[in-house]
Design a protein around this ligand. Sequence first.
Ligand code: FES
Ligand code: FES
Length: 155
Amino acid sequence: MKQQINLKVNGIEHQVETDTRRTLLEVIREHIGLMGTKKGCDEGDCGACTVLLDGKPVNSCLVLAVEAQGKAITTIEGLSVSGKLDPIQVAFVANGAFQCGFCTPGIVMAAKGLLNEKPHPTEDEAKRAIAGNLCRCTGYLRFVEGIIKASQVGG
Ligand code: FES
Ligand code: FES
């Protein structure tokens, strides 16, 4: 069944007519055209599709788009402000915390969700925050170091 839904993505309101069974991931990519959120497993296993809903990380392949109405949705495209990268992006770049980059948007969003909740996480908390995000290229260490580095920006 098709329905018109209203989604606020990166601060911008979008009206989308879509099947009520479509996931937030599908609507973000196919209707709104933001391709930074990646589609990996489409089953909640890889974390590549991580976005923030009201500041908290979720696998957007497991959330129906209709369920995200009334919530603030943040994708990787919404992290930089006026072209200025978010501190977590700066830290990951400085740390060389990516190789092929497929997992990177999801890991950045998971890390951002942690820093929203805990501005100064421990190493264990950083590891736990990205435990649901699969990366087949790196050893995860640079992500963890990047999260700790970003948490130290501005004290
Ligand atoms: S695409 Fe959503 S968890 Fe893998
Ligand atoms: S950098 Fe390639 S999957 Fe993570």
